[in-house]
Design a protein around this ligand. Structure first.
Ligand code: FDP
Length: 338
């Protein structure tokens, strides 16, 4: 009997591309560059303690957060992978205030790229999982260097999205709207190999994930929803169990694999978190695309994350993401209790 061959990410991308007869290969190039950058960032993350690159640079980023040295390195790696590749016309990153133009000496392509180079970076010094999140849209302006208009598109219009998780192994998970596929980096050959084909999130889970340290600042709807999850009811498998790493990619990946819900609600105290903490373009929308294509959902409590029209590159949103039934339920509580 023939055994299924090893499928590299490159082969997988080529096979996906063949499904679109008119494809020019630019989106494939973009995905190859993600895989390439992920390998370089992975190398830095793995050697961080040895190379003395843990710690902060002493600067604050556009979100007023300390820039970790690895953040900086990851940002530079993404930039260097994409500035000259010819697949993108403009970029934006969680780390930079303005959009990132493609230098005039290089060609531009028809896609935009938004990325969070190293998410969960407050965990770096403790050796906890961190990740890179990315999202691509087709440009809307006809030609030339890309503009903010090209980047400010709803998540529904993403053509590809995904993340890399630097954990006990390094995984790359992506979707182009044809299922969600996970690859594990085989460091002995330096390739991402297909390890999780067509990931499906369970329709309902038993795990919830939220920073309970903020509970006194939650709105009534969230307080009541979390109380509901903690009540005992065998029929609906309650009480749920709680897991919170505080590193979005890791919390999301667990939710994708085991089911359940991750919540980052708005906060009635911290003015910066009045509309949530997580960024629409670099965190919420890309993970929402992954969740939906795996059969799950993502909402801000009022509407699907994918339907939010961004108005600002660094817009924040509340995020409820995971198994469809669990996200439907939190929406119900928010609509009922606010
Ligand atoms: P971090 O501050 O470490 O960069 O978006 C950033 C993020 O981490 C997410 O990865 C994580 O889910 C969330 O913030 C954690 O926030 P809290 O510390 O407020 O729980």
């Amino acid at each position: 009997m023939a055994t299924p061959g090893i499928i590299t990410m490159e082969r997988h991308i080529v096979e996906q591309e063949r499904k679109y007869p008119g494809a020019t290969g630019e989106l494939s190039d973009l995905l190859y560059q993600i895989a390439y950058a992920a390998k370089i960032i992975n190398r830095s993350v793995r050697r961080a303690g040895l190379l003395n690159i843990l710690g902060t640079t002493g600067e604050l980023n556009v979100q007023d957060e300390e820039v970790m040295k690895l953040d900086d390195l990851a940002y530079q790696t993404m930039y260097n992978a994409f500035d000259h590749c010819g697949a993108v016309c403009v970029m934006a990153s969680e780390e930079t205030k303005d959009l990132i133009p493609i230098p005039s000496e290089f060609e531009v392509g028809k896609y935009t790229l938004a990325f969070d180079p190293l998410d969960g970076s407050s965990n770096i010094d403790a050796n906890v999982n961190v990740g890179t999140i990315f999202s691509a849209h087709r440009r809307v302006t006809p030609s030339g260097r890309g503009t903010e208009e090209d980047l400010l598109q709803s998540g529904r219009k993403q053509v590809a999205a995904g993340y890399v998780m630097y954990g006990s192994s390094t995984m790359l998970v992506y979707t182009t709207g044809q299922g969600v596929h996970g690859f594990t980096l085989d460091t002995t050959v330096g390739e991402f190999l297909l390890s999780h084909e067509n990931i499906r999130i369970p329709p309902k889970g038993k795990i919830y994930s939220i920073n309970t340290g903020n509970s006194r600042y939650w709105t009534e709807g969230i307080k009541k929803y979390v109380n509901y999850l903690e009540e005992e009811d065998k029929a609906s498998q309650r009480p749920y169990t709680m897991r919170y790493i505080g590193s979005l990619v890791a919390d999301f990946h667990r939710t994708l694999v085991y089911g359940g819900i991750f919540l980052y609600p708005k906060d009635t105290k911290d003015p910066k978190k009045r509309s949530g903490k997580l960024r629409l373009l670099y965190e919420a929308a890309p993970l929402a695309m992954v969740a939906e294509h795996a059969g799950g959902r993502a909402s801000d409590g009022e509407k699907d994350i994918l339907d939010i029209q961004p108005t600002d590159l660094h817009q924040r949103v509340p995020l409820f993401i995971g198994s469809k039934e669990d996200v439907d339920k939190v929406d119900e509580f928010i609509q009922k209790y606010g």
